[in-house]
Design a protein around this ligand. Structure first.
Ligand SMILES: [Zn+2]
Length: 374
């Protein structure tokens, strides 16, 4: 999830807001102002409720951010690279580069999230009590108290022992520690995640029959999301593990068709794109060294009148900006690099020589063949 808007850096972690976040923020704001605070503390003005909602919603998202920061800081302390944090529709997500390589790291990185939520909840509860005894405004006391409750809920919900929630990760690290088998541990945590998801859906349906429409729909929605996420995370983890053990040279296109840097775009379209079945070509200099990559899309962006006089070298992606990998890199590394750069293919280069071309489609095709054989 690299989309969204970058808002700030926090202790060296880049914080991003996914676009879905804005919808949720408005929804939370509206719920707080319309029903939560008027219900909890009646008799205040509309303006006061709106201010309470604005402060409350901001504090809520700050709480989610702190939870993710705790995960990120611990991951970094255990030597795992963290790119940053993204806040999105279901809360937050730390963009951690790689999985923990041992159960102890996994446990530590995970446990600090719910712990920090519980700690924030505790602090806010104290603030509310002290504020109350000092006779501060009811609005202040109520916002602090309600945010304390939300942080406790955040801690407890995240402790549901189903992967990919924190509780599922804790369960996984314990089973991993006992059995020494990460695959088995992940499978168990994913199954419990799916189980809890189905349980929530079941309770949701029951609530619907009992006439609790809104909470029923919410339970079904969250349960469905949890069971999907559990199954998806498991598949993804297994896939990553397989791809970590496969080298680029096993899946790449060898000896790809190339084009010289001084060819014109007109020539490129007529004699390459339209004649051969590729929509991308590596660009080589006269000594056969790779200079970059030219795609059909890049050519389409140039005015047709200029095609006869424009050379490939002035339009292509330069090699320093293109994604390059080595033949012995793992497919997992390639996917990470491509995802980060937001492009679909990489040049495979060894000692300044072009060895091949590898794309997301090549990796997918390799996986497909692998799965047919296993
Ligand atoms: Zn967490």
């Amino acid at each position: 999830m690299n989309g969204g808007i970058r808002i700030c850096r926090f202790f060296g972690f880049e914080v991003r807001l996914d676009y879905s976040w804005f919808v949720v923020f408005l929804l939370v704001l509206w719920t707080f102002a319309q029903s939560v605070f008027p219900g909890r503390t009646p008799g205040l003005s509309v303006g006061t409720y709106f201010t309470m909602a604005l402060v409350g919603a901001s504090l809520f998202f700050a709480s989610v951010l702190l939870h993710e920061l705790a995960h990120s800081a611990m991951a970094r302390a255990r030597g795992i690279q963290v790119e940053g944090i993204t806040l999105f529709i279901f809360g937050g997500m730390a963009r951690i580069r790689s999985e923990a390589t041992n159960p102890k790291d996994e446990f530590l990185i995970t446990v600090v999230g719910p712990l920090s939520s519980a700690l924030i909840g505790g602090i806010l509860l104290v603030v509310a009590r002290v504020g109350d005894s000092l006779g501060l405004h009811r609005a202040f006391v109520d916002v602090a108290e309600y945010l304390a409750i939300l942080n406790f809920i955040l801690a407890v919900f995240n402790l549901i022992p189903g992967f990919p929630l924190d509780g599922g990760r804790l369960l996984r690290s314990l089973v991993w520690h006992i059995t020494k088998d990460v695959r088995k541990a992940t499978r168990l945590a994913a199954y419990t995640g799916q189980g809890f998801g189905y349980l929530m859906i079941g309770f949701g349906v029951l609530s619907l029959f009992r006439g609790f429409l809104v909470s029923g729909i919410w339970l079904i929605f969250i349960g469905w999301f949890l069971s999907q996420a559990a199954a998806f995370s498991y598949r993804q983890l297994i896939m990553r593990r397989i791809l970590q053990g496969v080298q680029v040279q096993e899946a790449m296109t060898r000896n790809p068709e190339t084009v010289a840097a001084d060819v014109t775009l007109r020539d490129l379209v007529d004699n390459y794109f339209l004649v051969r079945r590729y929509s991308v070509f590596p660009v080589l200099d006269s000594d056969g060294r790779p200079l970059g990559l030219i795609t059909l899309r890049q050519v389409k962006e140039i005015d047709r009148d200029k095609w006869p006089t424009t050379q490939v070298s002035s339009v292509m992606t330069q090699i320093c900006e293109a994604v390059t990998v080595r033949p012995e890199d793992s497919l997992a590394q390639v996917l990470t690099k491509l995802e980060k750069a937001g492009v679909g293919r990489a040049l495979v280069v060894q000692d300044g020589r072009l060895e091949g071309l590898i794309s997301n489609a090549d990796v997918a095709a390799w996986l497909d063949r692998y799965q047919q054989l296993h």
